[in-house]
Ligand binder design. Structure first.
Ligand code: FE
Length: 137
């Protein structure tokens, strides 16, 4: 049972695609330049593909050349958790969804904006809610 989401791994397996499960729940990484949002310039909010939490805005997305969607900052820093990650012989900072604990990607200190950060996020961990699909008031 995941402490933050209340979902069991079996429930995650049933609700996510195998590719989503491998990245979100097993901290996998999609191959660079294969994700659907790498070059996306559509306006909107990128939500967690597992739980729907708001994570990143298209306003902060930039072309990093890394092969993964890249953002200078989250919509709200409180919506993500950062963790030291020493896997694969590297020291990196892992980014997870605060709401459901799912793996999103990593953040690096070589970003182009005022934050100096580059959130390097798997497309498969995200679901874009296009701006023009937002309900009108
Ligand atoms: Fe989530």
């Amino acid at each position: 049972m995941d402490a933050t989401s209340g979902k069991t791994e079996q429930e995650w397996r049933e609700t996510l695609t195998p590719e989503q499960y491998a990245v979100l729940r097993e901290k996998g990484t999609e191959r660079p330049f294969t994700g659907k949002y790498v070059h996306s310039k559509q306006d909107g909010i990128y939500r967690c593909a597992a739980c729907g939490a708001e994570l990143f805005s298209s306003d902060t997305k930039f072309e990093s050349g890394s092969g993964w969607p890249s953002f200078t900052e989250p919509v709200n820093r409180a919506n993500v958790n950062l963790h030291e990650d020493r896997s694969h012989g590297m020291l990196r900072t892992e980014v997870t969804c605060k709401n459901c604990g799912s793996h999103l990607g990593h953040v690096f200190d070589d970003g182009p904006g005022p934050t100096g950060q580059r959130y390097c996020i798997n497309s498969v961990s995200l679901e874009l809610e296009p701006a023009d699909h937002k309900p009108l008031r």
